[in-house]
Design a protein around this ligand. Structure first.
Ligand code: KG4
Ligand code: ZN
Length: 352
């Protein structure tokens, strides 16, 4: 059985084909970044139109590169939320058409569930078996949460925290934009930070007074970074050169984000480690999981706490349809879903 995955929730049109073992036979991504670049962020109307133009040809290409025809596909999985509603609708309508036309089941997938399971996909061959219980940190442009993931007959996913304001990727991008780096800023800050000294600039660790919570809060870091960049004349237009000062700033700012992430992960680990069947693995997923410093710190953190570390492959970090098809596969367990016409896109959606 082959499953076709479709992802159109934001600014990436993606199509993937996986076999029943979760081996990725094709995973194509058409990025719209160039279209949104002039605006410094994603413009929803442009996103929908780009998905409309790209999706059908990408499905054809996906089949070609996997060496299969549409008639070989046994199920279709599509991101139904959360995301930009107009963008989601393009994918959902296409998936409904395929499901109805080919007479195959349609599985609606929560985008976050795709990210949560993405560390288990391999570049080649069958997916890694899921542990009975693991934690997964998802950090992307729209989300920052640690999930407790249990897997037996079915998968259950519980959010252990959330962000009270901005997402980790969002502040990488906003601060990157302020200092004149191309959109999205995350990968550029990552690159510059590698040559910088993270002790040069100080950032305070965000805390909620009098509250026992592992929630993230990144907006304070963003404001501090922007104030600092202005003081240090690192503002866009004034100083676009990749100076040592900019590199030190990037290393310090990135270090502060990563410090907060591990402060919260320590808190969540304290809560769950003494439970009856504690998590045995820690996964790292989402666009920000491509960050080199975060990846190396996560490897150390896992080793320190005796957990197997599963870093999502970089190609499965940013939005992609392979993770959606995989979640569809795990979610459906191969059983037929309900009426495909009932599937609805929703901009907001909780994991379950
Ligand atoms: O998962 P994703 O493609 O889209 C969302 O669902 O949000 O994540 C995109 C985010 C952007 O904010 C981008 O700056 C960030 O991931 N990102 C990075 C890196 N690569 C991508 N942030 C830090 N370091 C990176 N290497
Ligand atoms: Zn995403």
């Amino acid at each position: 059985m082959l499953i076709l995955g479709i992802e159109t929730s934001c600014d990436e049109t993606s199509v993937a084909i996986l076999d029943r073992d979760g081996a990725v036979r094709a995973n194509l991504i058409s990025s719209q970044i160039e279209r949104h670049k002039p605006f410094g962020g994603v413009v929803p109307e442009i996103a929908s139109r780009e998905h409309l133009a790209s999706l059908a040809p990408l499905i054809r290409l996906g089949c070609e590169s996997a060496g299969v025809s549409l008639q070989d596909i046994g199920a279709v999985a599509v991101t139904s939320g959360p995301g930009l509603i107009g963008a989601l609708l393009v994918g959902v309508a296409e998936a409904q058409g395929l499901s109805y036309g080919l007479g195959i089941p349609l599985v609606a997938v929560n985008h976050l569930e795709g990210h949560v399971l993405s560390p288990y996909l391999r570049l080649e061959g069958a997916a890694v078996p899921l542990p009975a219980r693991g934690l997964t940190l998802v950090v992307s442009g729209g989300h920052s949460s640690i999930y407790d993931v249990r897997s037996d007959e079915r998968i259950s996913i519980r959010a252990m925290n959330r962000t009270r304001d901005d997402a980790a990727g969002e502040i990488f991008d906003k601060v990157g934009k302020f200092v004149g780096l191309p959109y999205p800023g995350g990968p550029h800050i990552d690159r510059l930070a590698a040559e910088g000294d993270r002790r040069k600039f100080k950032f305070a660790l965000a805390r909620f007074k009098g509250e026992a919570t592992a929630d993230f809060s990144f907006s304070g870091l963003k404001s501090t970074a922007i104030r600092l960049a202005r003081q240090e004349s690192l503002q866009a237009g004034e100083n676009m050169e990749e100076t040592q000062k900019l590199k030190d700033f990037c290393a310090s700012f990135q270090g502060a984000i990563v410090d907060q992430i591990f402060d919260r992960l320590d808190q969540v680990w304290e809560q769950v480690k003494a439970s009856e069947n504690p998590p045995t693995e820690i996964g790292l997923a989402g666009g920000v999981a491509a960050n080199s410093f975060l990846r190396s710190q996560m490897t150390e953190w896992g080793a320190r706490n005796g957990l197997v570390v599963r870093l999502a492959e970089r190609r499965y970090c940013t939005d992609n349809a392979a993770m959606i098809a995989f979640a569809g596969l795990r979610r459906s367990g191969g059983s037929p879903a309900g009426d495909p016409r009932r599937v609805q896109a929703a901009s907001r959606m909780e994991v379950a």
